[in-house]
Ligand binder design. Structure first.
Ligand SMILES: *Cc1c(COP(=O)(O)O)cnc(C)c1O
Length: 365
């Protein structure tokens, strides 16, 4: 909080003075920029999405004047159909970050500590602090191969959140391991954040009918190329959805605007485009992984639209800075255990080739 004096801060609520907010990946304005730092999709959304947004304005003179549907029912129905679940099992929010915030409020403010890995989505510690449970959080180290150690999640707790595939490691757990965690914790909510699941991991949505303590969270930001739209969702049994609705309606009754509803519906209805686009990203990931391995990188086995890679012969921070000088931005976390890794979003094959060529030049000098 750079230029705010202590004196000015006296107006702030005391707990807000203590917040350490999430720092989003930058969106810089550099010429000829290659942006591989925030896991956006390199391909545009389905053309049907753009048409649906245009149709909102063309078909209704009231599109802007009137509030949208507070329940975004058309969107819930489209998600339920695509996910092969009941509409009663669907919750939607303004990006899955908002859905996750409601999840923390709805389930995790408990006497027992919540559990999550030391290396995972960096919004979780932010929400822990925001909802006053930072001191009541148990952070469990990934194992030496950067995998989630499932047995650690068999201790008393007030809730569990696991990103699958995990970020920024890109490594996925299988459904049998997720089921192990669910079965070991019948009295707490287990949240699986599946922001990257469409790039090759197995979704736990198929387990929702079987487990009354499971919440699966997904987003349209990555696999549907809709990061600019802000639509995320959760799938769970109705008694858990009811808690999320209670929190949402105590905070913002209209989180999804008319354009977002129409666009996201069109995306969920165009399954063929979605699958074809994800297959392209997966193929590019495998190709890039092989090329970087050839350059001497160690690349963790990825089921996401990014890879987590380190080069033993070169400091990762220096490598990120050198790439930046060439207009290529990747994500570097200056944190214990992962400060020798780069998180690189999968681009198109052309973009990835530019990355590889640039890296060759950097490494060879
Ligand atoms: C990107 C991401 C989100 C947030 O997605 P939005 O829907 O854009 O808010 C949530 N969880 C993880 C692990 C992510 O990587």
């Amino acid at each position: 909080m750079s230029n705010i004096s202590m004196e000015q801060m006296r107006f702030w609520s005391p707990d807000v003075r203590e917040l350490e907010p999430y720092v989003p990946g930058e969106q810089p304005k550099i010429q000829n920029l290659l942006k591989l730092n925030t896991n956006e999709n390199p391909y545009p959304p389905s053309p049907k999405v753009v048409a649906a947004v245009q149709a909102v304005l063309e078909n209704s003179a009231d599109a802007l004047r009137l509030y949208p549907d507070p329940d975004a029912m058309a969107l819930k129905q489209a998600i339920a159909k695509q996910q092969n679940t009941a509409v009663e099992n669907v919750f939607v929010g303004n990006g899955s970050d908002e859905v996750l915030a409601h999840i923390f409020k709805a389930f995790f403010v408990q006497d027992l500590p919540i559990l999550y890995p030391d290396i995972t989505y960096s919004f979780y510690p932010v929400y822990s602090q925001f909802f006053g449970i930072a001191a009541n959080t148990k952070i469990l180290p990934l194992n030496d191969d950067f995998e989630i150690a499932v047995d650690d999640y068999k201790q008393p707790n007030g809730g569990i959140i696991i990103t699958n595939p995990n970020a920024p490691t890109s490594i996925a757990l299988g459904l049998p391991e997720i089921e192990e965690v669910l079965q070991a914790n019948p009295d707490s909510v287990v949240v699986i954040d599946e922001a990257y699941v469409d790039f090759g991991a197995e979704s736990a949505v198929s387990l929702v009918e079987k487990y009354e303590n499971l919440v699966v969270c997904q987003t349209t930001s990555k696999s549907r190329s809709l990061a600019g739209l802000r639509v995320g969702f959760a799938i769970a049994q109705p008694h858990l959805i009811a808690a999320l609705e209670a929190v949402k309606n105590s905070f913002n009754s209209y989180p999804i605007d008319r354009f977002a509803i129409a666009a996201a519906v069109a995306s969920f209805e165009d399954q063929a485009y979605f699958e074809a686009q994800n297959q392209k990203v997966i193929a590019s990931r495998e190709k890039l992984t092989a090329q970087l391995t050839g350059l001497g990188f160690k690349v963790l086995p990825s089921k996401a639209n990014f890879i987590f890679a380190s080069l033993p012969s070169k400091d990762a921070g220096e490598l990120a800075a050198a790439l930046r000088e060439q207009g290529i931005i990747v994500r570097y976390f200056n944190k214990p255990r992962i400060n020798q890794f780069l998180r690189i979003t999968i681009g198109t094959d052309e973009q990835n080739q530019r990355l590889v060529d640039t890296l060759k030049n950097i490494i060879l000098v």
